[in-house]
Design a binder for this molecule. Structure first.
Ligand SMILES: N[C@@H](CCC(=O)N[C@@H](CS)C(=O)NCC(=O)O)C(=O)O
Length: 242
């Protein structure tokens, strides 16, 4: 298998999944990880577009099949390598809606809030005010939904750590960077810590990030993320014909 990815929340979902599968005792085939330089626009290359017409990481290539969309990849890997991360019984219907919820809500809103907070310096402040308020409000609402779903449970779907936790965690862990204040939900903060404490999560986040910078980024790394995020957000290549 090949994983075409980058050190971003959507990329980390898949690297965490691979490490959680290994932790669960799955003998994975060799996975070749190819780092895609998003700031340089490698996602727009012909080679990349042949694997994913949507021109975004992550992509999983398994023999002659290319799979786009991080949550579809989680689902694919969970079905191909059965573990408790996604039961094969009807119980999976407690989990899959939260995976879809992440893809349709958490990723887009936290992602847009992050872009307007950190990466769109070229946009005048008065033009950023409305989207910042809108995406922040929705990210806060989603955090409240998550808090309610978690309740006193350790994981999003009760007592079982699942692909729902893997899908949601990479966006929530960056709440300080995206300036979405989740501090009024102590159970969400505790869940972030709980997920982070898993050895496989530590290994999964370390794809593309030095171990000592997983949680505390150096000023150089923040500058690198800002400049790479700005190039992606600016994204003139998006205007090109496919
Ligand atoms: N819904 C997609 C989103 C993928 C996505 O937005 N990936 C970002 C990195 S986190 C990307 O490739 N950005 C490059 C670009 O927009 O040009 C998924 O979950 O896979």
């Amino acid at each position: 298998m090949e994983l075409w990815t980058a050190a971003t929340p959507n990329g980390w979902k898949v690297s965490i999944m691979l490490e959680e599968l290994k932790e669960a005792g799955v003998q994975l085939p060799k996975v070749q990880v190819k780092n895609i330089n998003l700031a340089k626009g490698e996602q727009f290359s012909t080679e990349f577009t042949q694997q994913n017409l949507n021109q975004k990481i992550p992509v999983l290539i398994d023999e002659d099949r290319s799979i786009m969309e991080s949550c579809a990849i989680l689902h694919y890997l969970a079905e191909k390598f059965p573990t408790s991360l996604l039961p094969h019984t009807d119980e999976r219907w407690d989990i899959l809606p939260w995976v879809y919820w992440q893809a349709a809500n958490v990723g887009p809103n936290f992602g847009n809030k992050l872009s307007y907070t950190r990466y769109l310096d070229a946009v005048p402040a008065e033009q950023k005010q409305h989207p910042l308020e809108r995406f922040n409000k929705e990210a806060l609402r989603l955090s409240a939904v998550l808090a309610r779903q978690l309740g006193d449970n350790p994981w999003i779907c009760g007592s079982r750590f699942s692909i729902a936790d893997i899908a949601v965690y990479p966006w929530l862990r960056g709440w300080k960077w995206s300036k979405v204040d989740i501090t009024e939900h102590p159970n969400v903060l505790a869940w972030v810590q709980r997920v982070r404490a898993r050895p496989a999560v530590e290994r999964g986040i370390a794809y593309g990030v030095p171990k000592d910078e997983i949680d505390q980024w150096s000023e150089a790394r923040k500058a690198q993320y800002r400049s790479s995020g700005s190039s992606i957000a600016d994204n003139t290549a998006l205007k090109s014909d496919l």
